[in-house]
Design a protein around this ligand. Structure first.
Ligand SMILES: Nc1ncnc2c1ncn2[C@@H]1O[C@H](COP(=O)(O)OP(=O)(O)OP(=O)(O)O)[C@@H](O)[C@H]1O
Length: 313
């Protein structure tokens, strides 16, 4: 398990990380989401050993990571450097040499990793001739050359076209199946929920919500209003719904009734059952599934953030 404890970092008196805490279980694909400037890259660079924290600890299996970042972590930055006149296989061999792999091991690793990222046929191609998506995949391959305990990927799909994003996500799903531990950042929550097992939402340098993707989605669902449409008898429906203890607020117009409903699926079924028993002609009943992005906006909204903090989310 990787634990980040009480991380603080300031640049020129500007506090960027404030008491950041995270736990990443072995085999987790840990989505790290936050808006621009939230502190994602800073956190990742500190874990990768490229930047020093002002205070805090990074523990792997209970031990302080110390100076062992290089061997334990594979870090993929959010930009790709220029490698003039270097072929794909030479690029990979260069990184293998940094980690002291012998010739046989280097060849084996290059073969395996290029296969994983579907670049075997590009082995002899010059790096600079590859498409953006291919470069991202090559960069991922080189981060894995030394079999790191934790892979850190900083916004790996940003700037990719839909096909390249899909291809990259497929590789992450494959790595997830293999039980790799991965931390992956994005400012798009829905990108991460497709690939990840867990999500941490960072805002102004602190984690404001974390949990499994299922837990996060549960919060998303209960944050979405319940929308009920009837074919007549709307006033009776409003009266009945208003009395349900799970209803926090109610609004309506001539077409529909909207309720902020704190109950889960069972409570929704109960309410629908009550409406049916009262013979109210319900023709549509369900959550207005606000996108994950809406939840994200809500959580990073000041007032909601305070509420989430108080309720221990
Ligand atoms: N080397 C630096 N010197 C001064 N300020 C910095 C430095 N690096 C980052 N910052 C500031 O720290 C804050 C957090 O930046 P960081 O890059 O960690 O955010 P981020 O969440 O990764 O954002 P983005 O999604 O835009 O990449 C920003 O206000 C940024 O300007």
């Amino acid at each position: 398990m990787i634990e980040i404890r009480h991380l603080y970092k300031a640049f020129d008196n500007h506090m960027v990380l404030r008491n950041l805490n995270m736990k990443i279980n072995d085999g987790a694909v840990y989505g790290f989401v936050g808006s621009n400037g939230a502190g994602k890259t800073t956190t990742m660079r500190i874990i990768a050993g490229l930047l020093k924290a002002d205070s805090g600890q990074i523990l792997i299996d209970g031990e302080d990571i110390g100076v062992r970042h290089k061997e334990l972590i594979g870090y993929m930055p959010d930009f790709f450097g220029v490698y003039d006149r270097l072929r794909v296989k030479e690029y990979m061999a260069f990184f293998a040499s940094i980690y002291g792999l012998d010739r046989e091991e280097t060849e084996k690793k290059i073969r395996q990793l290029l296969e994983l990222v579907k670049l075997t046929e590009k082995k002899e191609a010059y790096v600079d001739s590859l498409s953006r998506g291919m470069k991202q995949r090559l960069c991922l391959a080189r981060c894995m050359i030394h079999d790191p305990k934790l892979l850190i990927l900083d916004e790996p799909v940003s700037g990719l076209d839909p096909r390249a994003r899909y291809e990259f996500k497929e590789i992450i799903r494959q790595l997830r199946k293999e039980g790799r531990t991965i931390m992956i950042s994005s400012h798009i929550l829905s990108d991460l929920s497709e690939m990840c097992t867990d999500i941490c939402i960072i805002d102004e340098g602190s984690c404001v919500m974390d949990g499994s993707v299922d837990e996060i989605e549960y919060h998303m669902i209960t944050a979405s209003p319940l929308v009920i449409r009837t074919a007549g008898r709307q006033e009776d429906a409003i009266r009945l719904i208003r009395h349900n203890e799970m209803v926090e607020t109610l609004s309506y117009n001539e077409n529909e009734i909207q309720a902020i409903f704190k109950g889960g699926r069972e409570d929704e079924i109960m309410l629908l059952h009550e409406l049916m028993v009262a013979d109210i002609p319900v023709y549509s009943f369900g959550r207005d599934r606000s996108s994950l992005e809406t939840l994200f906006m809500q959580i990073t909204d000041r007032e909601v953030k305070e509420h989430a903090h108080e309720s221990g989310l």
